[in-house]
Design a protein around this ligand. Structure first.
Ligand SMILES: [Zn+2]
Length: 119
């Protein structure tokens, strides 16, 4: 009888831990899910879509059109224009953005980098 009860307790404990573990994974996922997709467009045309969460090593790429040139840096979870030959340099001064709703805009080059919550 005693051993049976002990075994039951162990099974209950095990199940409890399993539930907590699953809950933990679920919470971690929903917490780390400011799913960020960066949509780079020039003159209203989307030229690049980047899943910023999938970025492990930072990299840079150039967006150039007849209007000008922008150097974009991509890091895990954030994105920035680090170089531009536009006169105002507003896009460069904006620095890294990592939240949706705040797009990087380079007006003279008609470059827009929007961040979206993506699933
Ligand atoms: Zn600019």
């Amino acid at each position: 009888m005693k051993t049976d009860r002990k075994t039951k307790n162990w099974i209950l404990l095990f199940l409890l831990l399993l539930c907590l573990g699953a809950l933990g994974v679920f919470c971690a996922r929903s917490l780390s899910a400011p799913a960020v997709t960066a949509r780079v467009s020039v003159d209203g045309e989307c030229v690049k879509v980047i899943d910023l969460r999938a970025v492990t090593l930072p990299y840079e790429f150039e967006v150039s059109s007849e209007l000008g040139r922008n150097l974009v840096r991509v890091e895990h979870g954030c994105i920035a224009v680090i170089e531009s030959d536009c006169p105002e340099q507003i896009c460069v001064r904006q620095g890294f953005v990592q939240e949706s709703g705040i797009p990087i805009v380079c007006l003279p080059h008609r470059l827009v980098i929007e961040l979206e919550d993506g699933e």
